[in-house]
Design a protein around this ligand. Structure first.
Ligand SMILES: *Cc1c(COP(=O)(O)O)cnc(C)c1O
Length: 389
């Protein structure tokens, strides 16, 4: 087939449709592209989806994590326990607060932080636990909340993968003290860049709103509204973390389709399970009863001893066949900065190290057609079969 018949299938392609394109155009034509009514509408819709009262939109999940940690009172001398199997932003935000990230290894099957390992890492300096619902599978929140209550710790959920995730009837991001969501390009719903934070109290959300807009006492939307000019006061040396209407214009319609997109990804997930199950790779663990998986990442573990080729060779060959894949993630202790700053060694977190070396994520965008899925399946089989005879 020619190149035109088989365009490169990007990993994590956003599923952008007419409704959000029209909404962005309306935003541009209205002349109000900054933080305004569309952000408020998006926040209200997100609160309704999550069944919560208190939320604020920000320009990233990184911002949501940073301000949640600050609002939880995390600062210099404090320790925050989190997972080595996550994106670097999870721990960078802890460092931005002047606190120290402490890693607890993952459960090798679920790839989520292991509550038993959390217990072993608690010291008198521990102030919070930061679980990440990896790939969209909820962490063992009952155990994590029990630990947090016993030691008086805050719980900040990194829900970057977990918009649709549920655990024992509770929605991800509503179980701990704060829940942080990402609307980055590759995430389940996207605003290009964007984030949302849920908190238990309106007071905490107010703090986050103030810190997220330079520390100003009144937000720009109100300042420039028809109600006339209002002076503001600077209450804290805040950050520039606000979401704007152009982003929310995307989010409003992405969120309206969140369940439809979830069903599409569930379909892709089930096809991969059915059509790759006989290969010498490890598929994602089956979903746990009483929980809802968001189907954000479909990961294969490529063990060179089983497959005859390593993960990096696999993804290079997939790339050559026109299939984009992802790596989520090299374990955090593999990175030079953390080794230097904290003396971390990958081998001290053996489960995360092994997963990080073997894992590869297949395309799982709701935009994929059945033909696209055929291509991913065929290419995966071709690359693995070539080595396996
Ligand atoms: C994407 C991601 C983030 C950061 O989200 P941004 O919106 O890009 O700041 C944080 N944690 C995890 C686990 C992520 O996947």
């Amino acid at each position: 087939m020619s190149k035109e018949d088989k365009p490169f299938l990007s990993f994590g392609a956003p599923d952008i449709q007419k409704e959000e394109i029209q909404e962005v155009i309306r935003s541009l034509e209205s002349g109000w592209i900054g933080t305004g009514g569309k952000v408020a509408t998006f926040v209200d819709a997100f609160k309704k989806y999550k069944g919560v009262e208190h939320a604020a939109a920000l320009n990233s999940c990184t911002a949501a994590l940073h301000l949640s940690l600050l609002t939880a009172g995390i600062g210099p001398g404090d320790e925050v326990i989190t997972t080595p199997m996550t994106f670097c932003a999870t721990i960078n935000t802890i460092i931005h607060c002047g606190a120290t990230p402490v890693l607890a290894d993952i459960d090798p099957v679920t790839m989520n932080i292991d509550p038993q390992r959390i217990k072993e890492k608690i010291t008198e300096h521990t102030k919070a636990i930061l679980p990440v619902h990896f790939a969209g599978r909820p962490c063992e929140m009952d155990e994590i909340i029990t630990i947090s209550l016993k030691y008086g710790l805050k719980v900040i959920e990194d829900c970057a993968h977990a918009v649709e995730t549920e655990y024992h009837g509770q929605k991800a991001g509503t179980i701990g003290d704060f829940g942080c969501f990402s609307f980055y390009v590759t995430k389940n719903i996207t605003t290009g860049e964007g984030g949302m934070v849920l908190a238990r109290t309106e007071e905490d959300i107010r703090k986050i709103q103030v810190l997220g807009l330079h520390g100003l006492s009144k937000d720009a939307w109100k300042r420039f509204s028809d109600s006339g000019f209002q002076h503001y006061s600077v209450l804290a040396p805040g950050y520039k973390y606000n979401m704007i209407d152009l982003q929310a214009a995307l989010g409003i319609h992405q969120l309206a389709r969140v369940e439809e997109s979830w069903l599409k990804r569930q379909h892709i997930w089930n096809r991969y399970n059915q059509e790759l199950g006989d290969l010498p790779v490890i598929l994602p663990a089956s979903t746990t009863p009483g929980t809802r998986h968001s189907y954000h990442l479909y990961t294969l573990l490529i063990d060179k001893n089983q497959c005859g080729l390593g993960r990096d060779e696999f993804l290079e060959q997939m790339n050559a066949l026109g299939i984009g894949t992802g790596v989520h993630y090299l374990s955090l202790p593999e990175h030079p900065f953390y080794q230097t700053a904290f003396g971390w060694r990958p081998e001290d977190y053996p489960h995360a190290q092994r997963v990080g070396q073997q894992t590869v994520s297949l395309p799982l965008s709701s935009k994929l057609t059945d033909k696209d899925i055929d291509r991913v399946v065929q290419s995966t089989r071709q690359v693995l079969r070539a080595k396996h005879g």
